[in-house]
Ligand binder design. Structure first.
Ligand code: ZN
Length: 474
């Protein structure tokens, strides 16, 4: 393989076509169905699918024999299915998603979720990095191999539209397409993070998650707080009390041991190493306010907290008026949305049931307490890395980043990886991504670091080519 030529081809494609496509893609507010229940009516999801489909179709002629289908199961989000024939009978699956997180507040002046802005190396806007670039990066890799006549196994590109809602439609598609997908020995996923932009980061685990709406109701309607306080228990206070069953309010530690797993020794070793490589970047990649400190100073503990331990975030609230219209009222109810990350090897569904029972049992003062479970997804722990892949990854990181590869668990969740891991226990996984320091997927000022997008595309090309040679060797 001529790596300089590969570099030129992929960089050129990114500059000439992929970045302009992503600029248009960012304009489309195709929020995941959980954040846009009227997504069918709104048509944004279809617009995003159309954009990607149209571009991909212009590339099929350079990938002889390849086909593209937008698969639509009744009542479900669509899925883009691309098949690129290869040599031999092995299969590689390349996965990505096109649905987006909601807007979130706090975007800097001139930036916005649906406003693409190119500044230096960065393309700002929602969904470029998470995970709109995946279809482009995956196809760029395959196109680059074809441009040099380098053989690869049969490749299946799957782009779903439900990931940010927990991929609840995806299992149906995987069943529906099972025969066509085949039995992959390598899964490539570009939806993950990187500790920095200086080297290739391989994701070794992902957390699962569960969550839902916790509602505490104490009255039929709001009443004068001067009249009722001290007589009617506050729904806010009860909610606080209930949350303390789950989380220690002083330390943020999740209390029930049922929500923990034993962390494998190798993962603890890798956490120590990535803490060494990253130093204080483990926490100072976050936009802390002046004077604010992380949960602990121990860097390894921070890495383990965010990758192998359960942690809670309260992501929304209801029953509370905005501050400017808050009168002296003892409100009838308080509700919050809970997002609980769970360890990679814990069942998301079981964790959800456990939390529901924990929060609903013995409600203080007989208050009406409900926890409406909304989503659950199990995490994923990488199988033992095959020597060929370890080699390929080390080599690709040196070649395209000029630095050794690094291994780290991720705190986020990609439900599909758990599903695939169960379905194809023998598959190897190349999970990486461009979500590095300050890229802020899900928050304001999300950006795609373009040079990393290019390099990751090159790595995919290289690894897919080596996957074939290694298979050919037997
Ligand atoms: Zn994503």
């Amino acid at each position: 393989m001529d790596t300089a030529r590969l570099n030129r081809f992929i960089s050129g494609l990114w500059d000439d076509e992929i970045v302009p496509q992503l600029v248009e893609y960012i304009r489309i507010p195709n929020k995941s169905p959980m954040f846009d229940p009227k997504w069918v009516e709104h048509g944004y999801m279809d617009a995003a699918v159309k954009l990607m489909e149209t571009w991909a179709r212009t590339k099929l002629s350079s990938l002889p024999g390849s086909t593209l289908e937008v698969v639509r199961l009744e009542g479900r989000t669509p899925l883009i299915y691309i098949e690129v024939p290869g040599t031999g009978d092995d299969t590689v699956v390349l996965y990505g998603h096109l649905d987006k997180q909601p807007e979130m507040t706090g975007w800097a002046e001139g930036l916005g979720p649906w406003t693409p802005v190119l500044k230096g190396d960065k393309l700002y806007g929602r969904g470029g990095a998470d995970d709109g670039y995946a279809i482009f990066g995956s196809l760029a890799a395959l196109l680059a191999l074809h441009e040099q006549g380098i053989p690869h196994a049969r490749c299946v590109v799957l782009i779903e539209a439900c990931e940010e809602s927990g991929s609840y439609d995806l299992p149906y598609y995987v069943d529906h397409l099972a025969d066509r997908i085949g039995n992959p020995s390598l899964v490539v996923c570009l939806d993950s993070g990187c500790g920095n932009y200086d080297q290739l980061w391989l994701t070794t685990s992902l957390r699962g998650m569960t969550g839902g709406e916790l509602t505490v109701q104490v009255l039929e309607e709001g009443v004068h707080s001067g009249d009722a306080s001290g007589v009617v228990p506050s729904s806010f206070r009860i909610l606080r009390d209930l949350l303390s069953r789950l989380e220690d309010p002083q330390t943020g530690t999740i209390k029930p041991k049922e929500l923990y797993v034993d962390i494998p020794a190798q993962r603890i070793e890798q956490a120590k190493k990535s803490a060494e490589v990253l130093g204080t970047a483990v926490y100072d990649k976050f936009p802390f306010v002046e004077g604010m400190k992380p949960v602990t100073e121990d860097l390894t503990e921070l890495v383990l907290n965010r990758t192998w331990r359960p942690q809670l975030a309260v992501t929304g609230a209801d029953g509370l008026p905005p501050l400017e219209s808050a009168g002296n009222v003892l409100r009838p109810k308080t509700a919050v949305k809970l997002s609980l990350r769970v360890p990679p090897t814990l069942s998301g569904a079981k964790a959800g049931q456990f939390v529901k029972q924990l929060l609903e049992k013995d409600p203080p003062y007989g208050a009406k307490v409900t926890f409406k479970l909304e989503k659950d997804g199990s995490g994923w722990n990488a199988p033992q890395l095959s020597p060929w892949l370890e080699d390929a990854v080390a080599n690709a990181s040196q070649t395209y980043f000029g630095a050794p590869a690094a291994y780290m668990g991720e705190g986020g969740s990609i439900p599909f990886m758990g599903m695939l891991g169960e379905k194809f226990p023998k598959a190897q996984f190349l999970i990486t991504g461009v979500l590095g320091p300050h890229s802020n997927a899900h928050g304001p000022n999300e950006f795609l670091h373009i040079p990393t997008g290019k390099k990751v595309s090159m790595v995919v090309a290289d690894v897919v080519a080596r996957h074939y040679t290694q298979g050919a060797k037997g």
